[in-house]
Design a protein around this ligand. Structure first.
Ligand SMILES: [Zn+2]
Length: 365
């Protein structure tokens, strides 16, 4: 073998060895290697270059992050005003339970909070599933109901006093309501309408007439005028003031009730409720109701705030003691969109004429 042939063979052998080494190297490249997470974390990040080599990426400099990162605002976990009643139809809802994260696709999870131990397919998040329950047919409507509630006090001749209306003016206003198709309601009928009860046909122009304080002239003047038109009314009385001069006695109140008047509480002594302690307020509210119920034998769970004044304690007490509604002297129609304890009324100014009465009735809607 000549020196030249030896050289060629040696070169071919070298090429063959190089090819084997190259194949072994290619088979070990990262593209085919799925290391464990630990390995991945431990290894420095690499960039595979176009030439097939590896280039180490620069390490992320932690101190290059913005020095003043935006603080994370965590919303208050529990809103202060939670609805009183939670929807009934939320089975298996567990407050605070996080939906399960299923990272193992294709496996089966057992719901740890379910009484039923059957396997639950991982694709169903059982604790957020809420079946759609059709609403019960209660015969009630949810559309807006808006009814004017007139607020009278004394019926007498007292020029300059806006809370006193003369019998003549009251008569003219009742005639106006009658002639313009208004239907004064009993308190029960008013509440049924407000609550959307459609079991009876609603009058075209319903209205509620209310008289505050229990003045003797309500019996002597107002009752005969209203009776002439067959109008019912509601009397808010302070039992602690009955039997006093200028105020109704129980015998008269009973006769008014028999004549179509609903009798409801207005505090025992017509106090400024927010100036009282909780216990004093409770006495004023509950005792007034109790005395009316004892004297008349009928429910007295619709309150009327003396001077229209109330605070949070007042509202809490009314709710706590099972009152259903309360009237204010906030001006406007009473609607089913108002809080049941903040029903509005229209103050009738005894000094104003019939035109002003009509305008107030129409504009406040
Ligand atoms: Zn009053």
């Amino acid at each position: 073998m000549s020196f030249r042939r030896k050289g060629i063979l040696s070169f071919a052998l070298f090429i063959g060895i190089c090819t084997i080494v190259l194949l072994l190297f290619v088979s070990c490249l990262p593209s085919t290697h799925y290391g464990t997470e630990e390995e991945a974390d431990a290894a420095a990040p690499y960039l595979i270059t176009a030439a097939g080599g590896q280039q180490e990426l620069p390490a992320v400099q932690v101190d290059e992050l913005p020095a003043e990162a935006e603080p994370v605002t965590v919303p208050a976990a529990v809103p202060s005003a939670l609805p009183e009643a939670l929807p009934e139809a939320v089975p298996d809802a567990v407050p605070g339970a996080e939906p399960e994260q299923d990272s193992n696709v294709g496996t089966t999870l057992f719901h740890p909070l379910s009484e039923d131990t059957k396997p639950v397919p991982s694709s169903v998040t059982t604790n957020t599933y809420v079946p759609i329950v059709p609403p019960k047919n209660t015969g009630k409507t949810s559309s807006k109901v808006s009814i004017p509630v007139l607020n009278y006090h004394s019926v007498a001749i007292d020029p300059g006093n806006i809370v006193v209306i003369s019998p003549d003016k009251l008569e003219a206003q009742m005639a106006y309501l009658h002639d313009h198709g208004y239907t004064p309601l009993s308190l029960d009928a008013f509440i049924r309408l407000l609550e959307g009860d459609t079991s009876e046909k609603a009058p075209e122009k319903p209205i509620l007439l209310t008289f505050d304080d229990g003045y003797l002239d309500n019996y002597e003047q107002a009752m005969p005028i209203l009776a002439k038109y067959g109008f019912p009314a509601t009397l808010f009385v302070s039992p602690g003031m009955t039997e006093q001069d200028g105020y109704l006695n129980w015998d008269q109140i009973k006769k008014m009730q028999a004549g179509g008047w609903d009798i409801q509480p207005h505090g025992m002594s017509h106090p400024h409720l927010p100036k009282l302690t909780a216990d004093e307020q409770a006495y004023e509210i509950v005792e007034a109701r109790k005395q009316i119920e004892e004297h008349l034998g009928t429910k007295a769970d619709i309150f009327c705030y003396p001077y229209g004044e109330r605070n949070k304690t007042t509202l809490k007490l009314l709710k706590q003691h099972g009152f259903r509604y309360a009237f204010t002297i906030d001006q406007g129609y009473a609607t089913n969109e108002q809080s049941p304890f903040l029903l509005k009324r229209l103050f009738v100014n005894g000094e104003e004429d019939l035109q002003a009465f009509e305008a107030q009735l129409l504009k406040r809607k």
